[in-house]
Design a protein around this ligand. Structure first.
Ligand SMILES: Cc1cc2nc3c(=O)[nH]c(=O)nc-3n(C[C@H](O)[C@H](O)[C@H](O)COP(=O)(O)O)c2cc1C
Length: 259
């Protein structure tokens, strides 16, 4: 079989029969956005308008996130001098060099406490009810606190084990810095995907990049130990030669397990 006769993407087997027109239109629009998103390695000089980028970041931050604690940050590297350094830190990849915008997507391991308070202060439907206050004032800190030398974590490990044995399943709390880093990274990666899909929906493109020197980037952006650069996102308008090959994925059954 010649290479070009392979399907370029996993094909949908879904039928639109029976869908209401509005549902069909929404599904078609979503499918088009997801299927047409590609990692683009060369961009044109066309700028992303400021209001478009702002809307994409707004949509990024509508990503689901644990307890609405929003542990993400986005650094748009605009200063030409910093941008030249950032390109180099991204190993001078074509995507970084040609991108109209280069964005560092950063997870924070230390904002949960202040964001818990903000969830109470900014509760949208009148004063935060008691259950909401209890959640953010007592349960969230218990989940995250580690204590000096990990003393709280040690106690949490013991307590969690005991309660599990006596009562059954307990949500696993965060015991270590890495647990919290994973938590912040998970949340932030969801926002990164929203950002890339939003760019596509606006007619622009992106390339997520893990190929960069994190310590150098953190120095450039003046970030500390509580900042973790989850990925760099190159963004701009897709150039004609911006995609290197057809999209493909392995078989559905390789990954989906029904149990
Ligand atoms: C976490 C992550 C890191 C990536 N790092 C790079 C990178 O450094 N350079 C690059 O050109 N592409 C990078 N990619 C893009 C992948 O190579 C790409 O998503 C994959 O080959 C599938 O292609 P598609 O995105 O066009 O579907 C990265 C993607 C992800 C999700």
């Amino acid at each position: 079989m010649s290479h070009s006769s392979q399907p370029s993407q996993p094909q949908s087997t879904l039928s639109y029969d029976g869908l209401q027109a509005q549902d069909a239109a929404r599904l078609a629009a979503f499918t088009e956005v997801v299927e047409s998103r590609r990692s683009v390695r060369k961009f044109t000089d066309t700028p992303i308008p400021d209001d478009v980028l702002r809307d994409c970041l707004r949509l990024a931050m509508l990503a689901p996130n644990s307890s609405n604690l929003q542990p993400w940050e986005f650094y748009i590297i605009n200063t030409p001098e910093k941008r030249a350094k950032a390109n180099k830190i991204c190993m001078n990849q074509n995507a970084a060099r040609t991108a109209n915008k280069l964005i560092a997507v950063v997870a924070r391991t230390d904002t949960w406490r202040e964001h818990a308070k903000q969830n109470i202060r900014k509760f949208p439907d009148g004063p935060a009810p008691k259950r909401v206050r209890t959640y953010y004032e007592k349960i969230v800190p218990l989940d995250f606190l580690r204590g000096p030398g990990g003393v709280v974590s040690l106690a949490k490990r013991g307590m969690t084990k005991a309660v599990r044995q006596l009562k059954g399943p307990v949500k696993t709390p965060y015991y270590t810095f890495d647990d919290i880093k994973n938590w912040a990274t998970n949340n932030t990666a969801l926002a990164a995907e929203n950002l890339m899909l939003a760019l596509r929906a606006h007619g622009f493109d992106s390339c997520p990049m893990g190929g960069f020197d994190e310590p150098a980037l953190k120095r450039l952006l003046k970030l500390g130990k509580h900042h973790h650069v989850v990925m760099m996102i190159a963004a701009g308008e897709r150039a004609d030669n911006g995609i290197y090959h057809s999209q493909f994925r392995f078989d559905y059954d390789q990954f989906v397990k029904e149990i």
